[in-house]
Design a protein around this ligand. Structure first.
Ligand code: BTN
Length: 336
């Protein structure tokens, strides 16, 4: 397999990242437009255009072409340079594709997967215009407030084991959020990250596989970090770390923790097998056992009580009618 690094259209221009780094390294000091233009190799008018663009992303850059520019505050952008520094030696610190705006990081990661991009590639966006959610839903991805990231993996597992990666990602997110906030996420099978009874994030795993062997998997993770409000259609059940803790959080810190936890969990899963995921999931998810739920799978709706996970990570439900069934796909809700 070729290990070529793929560059995609729309990836953030490295020189914008260089502009942010230059301003951040000289925070609060005014740097002339001419010096910036010289150091990053663009015209002064391009510097001005990019400063405007960065402002739209919430970067507090002051000044204008005549006076020069400075940063009021070091920005919380998820730039590849800063991320690579924080992730030295990690599986996820090598191939980072960053977008200021993209339709969906999962879509991009799938494309990279087909183009032989190596395992560990990371796709991040500051904003998604068509973020993909489970069951064909849209994932609301407001600019600069949440984490929208997809990890490309090439595990040597069978396709039936792939859903375990969704649950594993939930466990990694749980550990990362706990380290960041001391709060404990609940995990709603298979992919919902819950906090205070509301949805804090979700995971969407997509794959390309042969009948017995996975070729590649894209694990997409969306986390609500600093959102203050949500669109009307999700506002009654969505939440963010900011809403739950009353303060803003560094997306960079949360993302670094998440990727480190994910790498540990992934290596453990590959080394020790599925039980490392299913047993931990059962231990921390209030939904895994003894929860009264209603299930809708597109063909029928039924209610019952959850009865643990199968070895492949599927949810068992003891139906009110008596038999215990395995939920392969479908929406599971706490019965009211
Ligand atoms: C869900 O709960 O419905 C899953 C949501 C997954 C959203 C993330 S955001 C990053 C990645 N890119 C996408 O288009 N979707 C996932």
């Amino acid at each position: 397999m070729s290990k070529a690094k793929t560059t995609l259209p729309g990836t953030t221009d490295r020189r914008i990242t260089a502009l942010v780094t230059l301003l951040a390294e000289n925070a609060t000091i005014v740097i002339s437009g001419a010096r910036i233009a010289r150091e990053i190799g663009v015209s002064r008018s391009t510097v001005w255009r990019w400063v405007q663009r960065l402002r739209e992303l919430g970067v507090r850059a002051k000044g204008h072409p005549r006076t020069g520019y400075f940063l009021e505050k070091v920005p919380d952008l998820l730039t590849p340079d800063m991320l690579k520094t924080r992730l030295k030696g990690s599986l996820f610190g090598k191939h980072i594709h960053h977008f200021l705006k993209i339709d969906s990081t999962n879509r991009v990661a799938m494309e990279l997967g087909y183009a032989d991009e190596p395992e560990g590639a990371v796709v991040i966006a500051e904003e998604q215009t068509a973020g993909r959610g489970r069951a064909g839903r849209t994932w609301h991805s407001e600019r600069g407030t949440g984490i929208y990231v997809t990890l490309l993996l090439r595990p040597k597992i069978s396709p039936v084991q792939a859903p375990l990666l969704t649950m594993m990602a939930g466990l990694s997110a749980r550990s990362a959020i706990q380290a960041q906030t001391d709060l404990f996420l609940d995990l709603k099978w298979p992919n919902d990250l819950m906090l205070g009874g509301r949805k804090l994030g979700g995971i969407l795993t997509e794959m390309h596989a042969e009948p017995t062997q996975v070729r590649f998997v894209s694990v997409g993770i969306g986390l609500n970090v600093n959102q203050e409000k949500f669109p009307a259609e999700v506002t009654s059940f969505a939440t963010s770390l900011r809403a739950q803790t009353g303060r803003t959080h560094s997306r960079m810190e949360v993302l670094v923790r998440l990727l480190r936890e994910f790498e540990n969990d992934y290596n453990r899963f590959l080394r020790e097998g599925a039980a490392t995921v299913t047993e931990r999931f059962e231990a921390v998810s209030s939904y895994a056992r003894g929860k009264c739920v209603s299930v809708s799978n597109g063909m029928e709706n039924y209610s019952g009580v959850t009865a643990g996970l199968s070895p492949e990570g599927l949810l068992r439900v003891k139906r009110d009618a008596g038999e215990t069934v395995t939920v392969i796909a479908g929406d599971v809700k706490e019965a009211s």
